[in-house]
Design a protein around this ligand. Structure first.
Ligand SMILES: O=C(O)c1cccc(O)c1O
Ligand SMILES: [Fe+2]
Length: 291
């Protein structure tokens, strides 16, 4: 069993670094920490960076979680013992990620996952957000897998991860600390589902909604309220199909609360947005009535 302590970062490939960098700043609102000819790093909280774009294939490269200092050798042994191939991060790879050490492996969705220790943090320097989106922190990652049940067994079997809620068998929301979920797996082939940032208030959600609309950014879903975490959310599409989410008010589940995962029924209109609850049994559409 491996103990995860936090989310670390996500690395995303891009064929257009400049456009991604501009979107991450001007639209998402992140701080650009560093940009070179082939990579750009973005900061949202005390982590030195939590999003890194890398020139290359436009796809998710890896998602990273933190483990305690000193835990990596045992984690590598454990995974190897489970028949999982482990790569030991080289000095150059560590430098590129701004971590002391890391290992990587593939999950059941063939996503590359990195376990890191010694991620650089800027504890005392305020984040210089590129715009006032209200971001407070890197919230969670949505990964994709062809079989969500298999992915859940993998994550809960090898890590200190518990299921918070199921959305049919289409999604599983999981936690490794009191936050309702920092890892979610969605039913799809492989890759990054979405990158979530928590914002300070419901007003930020609505201000961001109008800001995105003004800029012609494609809203994927929301504003709405997830019945699972009770967070108010807004998803939008960035370049190269990257989905971003702002949310506010995520539920916390205290450690010994006896929480039992709920199963949400995807055939109901409010399965992912409780504000659509009024649509249940709404009958034929008034606008389509024949007089
Ligand atoms: O916050 C949630 O509950 C949630 C539910 C479904 C899908 C998501 O991305 C979520 O963040
Ligand atoms: Fe989410």
């Amino acid at each position: 069993m491996i103990t995860l302590t936090d989310l670390a970062y996500v690395r995303i490939g891009t064929q257009d670094l400049d456009t991604q960098a501009e979107f991450a700043q001007r639209i998402v609102g992140l701080e650009l920490v560093e940009k070179t000819a082939d990579t750009a790093y973005f900061r949202a909280d005390n982590r030195r960076h939590c999003v890194q774009f890398v020139t290359g294939e436009p796809r998710s490269l890896s998602s990273a979680f933190t483990v305690a200092d000193g835990d990596l050798p045992a984690a590598a042994d454990y995974l190897t013992g489970q028949g999982i191939e482990v790569h030991q991060g080289t000095a150059d790879e560590c430098a590129e990620r701004h971590v002391k050490e890391f290992i990587s492996f593939r999950d059941t969705g063939n996503n590359v996952v990195e376990l890191v220790s010694g991620q650089t943090h800027y504890e005392s320097r305020p984040v210089r957000f590129a715009r006032p989106a209200g971001i407070t922190e890197f919230g969670h990652l949505g990964l994709e897998a062809p079989d969500v049940v298999e992915a859940q067994k993998f994550w809960c079997g090898h890590f200190n991860i518990q299921v918070s809620d199921w959305i049919g068998t289409k999604a599983c929301l999981m936690r490794f600390d009191p936050v309702h979920h920092k890892l979610a797996v969605f039913d799809d082939n492989t890759g990054l589902g979405h990158v979530n940032f928590q914002v300070e208030s419901i007003d930020d959600i609505m201000r961001n909604y109008h800001f995105l609309q003004y800029h012609g950014v494609e809203i994927v879903m929301g504003p709405g309220r997830h019945p699972q975490s009770t967070a108010v959310f807004l998803y939008f599409h960035g370049p190269e199909d990257v989905t971003w989410e702002y949310s506010f008010g995520v539920r916390r589940i205290p450690e010994d609360s006896g929480w039992v995962p709920r199963h949400f029924d995807v055939s109901q209109p409010d399965f992912i947005d409780m504000w659509k609850g009024g649509l249940a049994g709404a009958g034929p559409k008034w606008s389509e009535r024949t007089l």
